[in-house]
Ligand binder design. Sequence first.
Ligand SMILES: *Cc1c(COP(=O)(O)O)cnc(C)c1O
Length: 439
Amino acid sequence: MDTKRLYEISQKHMWLPFTQMKDYEEAPLIIESGEGIRLKDIHGNEYLDGYSSLWLNVHGHRRQEIDEAIKAQLEKIAHSTLLGAANVPSIELAEKLIELSPERLMRVFYSDSGAESVEIAIKMAYQYWQNKGETEKKKFVTLSNGYHGDTVGAISVGSIDIYHRVYSALMFDSYAVPFPSGDGKSSLTAMRTLFEEKHEQLAGLIVESMIQGAGGMHIMPPGYLKELERLCQEFHILLIVDEVATGFGRTGKMFAVEHEGVSPDIMTVAKGITGGYLPIAATLTTEEIYEAFYADFTEMKTFFHGHSYTGNQLGCAAALANLAIFEKEGLVEQAARKAEYIQTILAELKELPHVGEIRQLGLMCGIDIVKDKETNEPFPFEERAAYRATLRMRELGMLTRPLGDVIVFMPPLAATYEELTKMGQIMKQAIKDIQLVTK
Ligand SMILES: *Cc1c(COP(=O)(O)O)cnc(C)c1O
């Protein structure tokens, strides 16, 4: 198809996720290929992938080992169902995931996206208590500003008002405790008070691991997640930790729970699991939870949940190849060192007139764009300053997507120091240019 027709058809028939299509029409972008951490559009323009193709990509695009693992798997079979039957790469991947994850996690339940892994976590936690005869434990607790995906269950335990308000009548009720500020003491006190009052009705607490991503890159203070783990144990509430964004080296540890030595009852993983290649997700849980479902069929304790493509062989093969590269290259340690280097890039941005607070955990960074640096006054909503800055970055050769007035910098773990420096320069220029496009 020629480029003109690609534009026409994309505007006539496509409806892109999380996108106001009016924006897309004004600034369309069609990607044709990728190599390393660069993406190329249909005109041959190249862009550094500053958001890891929405927080997924790890080793860059077209990484030979993963390409070859998929081709080799294709010689055997592309997909067979996991309903009632396992398959070879899904077993091998389960062993690997259990080896890498916190000690108590022993069982892997596959799905195809982060939101599904969260739906599964919620239904698993809910039914766990039902199966154990504690039938009053039905409600979930979340943190304000939390994000766990876009399906109805996932938004019911999410708490980002602008995304979720319109669907409020569809959602089930959850309790939202304020995300910690400062040392986190007041949030912990609120959590304890809620647990004391309601623990008999509470099935689980779900939190993003160490850093809230879509909520704007907010980081938990030291000791906070550990204390949540302790509170959950004290009040018999399952701790569900969402590692969809943070898993697989993103924060400088294989999983972000390792920053606090936390071992949750249920952990969800997705995004980085296949290096950004194919849709695989998983919900990991303990033997204790698994055993509450294990019974004669007639007891009706079966976990009645599954998706058609669950445990897809091509995806599992990609995930295995992805994780093998982690080991071969010591990628998690490398990411931790790159995170230190990124601090110097961010320190330079901090000097710019329209940059407010900057938050970073590993290779997850949020840069607040403000109108007035002294008072932290934001730009008017209509000006969409951060969005415009990212469009300017695109002109300068880098892609990312803002979260409101927060610019996201989330490069692939494999980005070289030179590429990180280049992206830093582009962000700096684009943020400087905000002055030109706003009043
Ligand atoms: C992206 C994300 C999800 C949703 O994952 P999808 O694969 O987009 O459904 C869930 N939780 C967190 C923390 C995320 O960042």
